[in-house]
Design a protein. Sequence first.
Length: 249
Amino acid sequence: MQSQGVIATVKHYAVNNQEYNRHNVSSDIDERTLREIYLPAFEAAVTQGHVDAVMNSYNLVNGVHATQNEFLNLKVLKGEWAFQGILMSDWDATYDSVGAANNGLDLEMPSPRFMNPKALLAAVKDGSVKESTLDDKVLRLFRTVLRYGFLDRPQFDSSSSTYSVADRAVALQGARESITLLKNEGSFLPLDPNKVKTIAVIGPDAWPAVPGGGGSSEAQAFEPVSILTGIANQAAPRCASSIAAACRR
């Protein structure tokens, strides 16, 4: 990805284990478990994949928000792993100007609610944030922008067709490769139309298609295929009428 002039971002750093109350919940964890289970993927992305952006999570880690967590951001990411890229917040995941500035966050997204000129200038003047701390953030941002040539070329390629057949093939390949089948008792999958008599598709997302859950995951497909339609297409024509009837019921 980065060889094509696009910054890759690995997220959510770290221990983002639940969505409910995600701004306030604390993932409390001992260091050994953190290092052996939750951090290796991020370490590989930084030290082997050389990713140039890392995104903090919303949650607190051991009582401290990830965006201002000294252990995660300064000791491990920028210290032990020598990360030289940009550490950014998730959208509205910054909670304190001084805490974020002093503990590794380089970029607040989507706007500078806390890390803004007014707040940071006051913090520098009263000595709660060092000017050199802000210098490091600016250098990280500019180094990355220059390295990717963002100032040398437009960021939108009008020659790339929105309706590209090649892009559709890549999207389909990505969707297929993202699926992990954990268990397949009795070789139940793939469905055999000669053996299946009826299929019940239950739930509000069965039809019409729900291509995303909102936020960054939301993508408006040109021809979204619902779960119901996909199963019907795969099992049709023998099972299609039974599937449709089950859905109506």
